[in-house]
Write a protein that binds this ligand. Sequence first.
Ligand SMILES: *Cc1c(COP(=O)(O)O)cnc(C)c1O
Length: 389
Amino acid sequence: MTKVFEEDLAAGIGTRAIHAGQRPEPLAGAIMTPVYLTSTYVQDGLGKHKGYEYARSRNPTREALERNVAALEGARHGFAFASGTACVDSLMKLFKAGDHVVCGENVYGGTFRLFDRLLQNFGLEFTYVDTRDSNRIEEACRTRTVAVLVETPTNPLMRLTDLSAAAEIAHRAGALLIVDNTFATPVLQRPFTHGADIVFHSTTKYLNGHSDMIGGIALLNDDDLAARIQFIQNAAGAVPGPFDCWLALRGTKTLHLRMAAHDANGRQVAAWLANKIGVERVIYPGLASHPQHELARSQMCGFGGMISVEMGSRDAAARVLERTRIFSLAESLGGVESLISHPATMTHASVPPDRRNALGITDGMIRLSCGVEDVGDLIGDLEFAFKGE
Ligand SMILES: *Cc1c(COP(=O)(O)O)cnc(C)c1O
């Protein structure tokens, strides 16, 4: 089982990002964890091996990543998966037919699709609620509620959930609080300090940060639960390859630096947008006008680089989307490069139109993932794209 090196938990977040989970390689002392490209491990004799038998169960590169991210979140155990979606899918295998999950109504489109189109067919039951109001979570809990799953801030509506309140309600119902911390990362938000039981990420986004791999990871503290997830990781086998783990591990070394830059650029771009087109059209938790700004200030230690903007119509959105040059038109987020997207037809196309409209993901909404370029260039790019708005 991949356990964090306890001594790593004593260091600051930047030191953890760079060193946690990694020790010089024993053969030559290589300071960087090698990419262990192997499917199997030679055994010394019958029943005598170094703890490694087959790479679906264990791979040293994967373990280094699992330890590193566990340390970043302040957790004892980490389990990496082939994608963020594979991670959620594996976590749901903790449960069985008839079990009930309370889920935030504005979770990642692919998470909703997995629950609604696949896992429901296996007898798992889901209730989707607006988790901005903790009472809604409480009202949705039943005797067979096994988990409350939330994402905060959400994508693309930037809605927050009070994590401490959600944890208290989940625990009172005998359920686990599972938090998707992809947007905030452990640099801006630590769900375990608010009582979360499992935290997961799409490592594809900020943790890797360079838009060159797909991956997921789950972190947790409880030893028994960790043993069950390890069993699922091996038995269901949705594991990442060693090279993707190595890329993610290279990415996390600069996570604290990148998040500081994303946050600084996000604040400045949001302020510029608010001034240009009116604060009511800019959705960013760092703006005082955001209805949950106070919660964001108390629960997070920064607001990040994700901003949504209401353009009023699909045509107005298209005009901006097609005129930016530094902000590239693409799905995904969290890379060093700035991206711009149209949630209704891109990331949230898998959410049925009536549901999308009910949530407030309009055809006129655009979403910015502010990268770490020079902020003057980003604003110059938007200045050109927003001309005439
Ligand atoms: C991208 C994303 C996921 C899914 O992760 P993949 O690596 O694309 O499978 C889950 N949650 C959030 C918040 C995401 O942004």
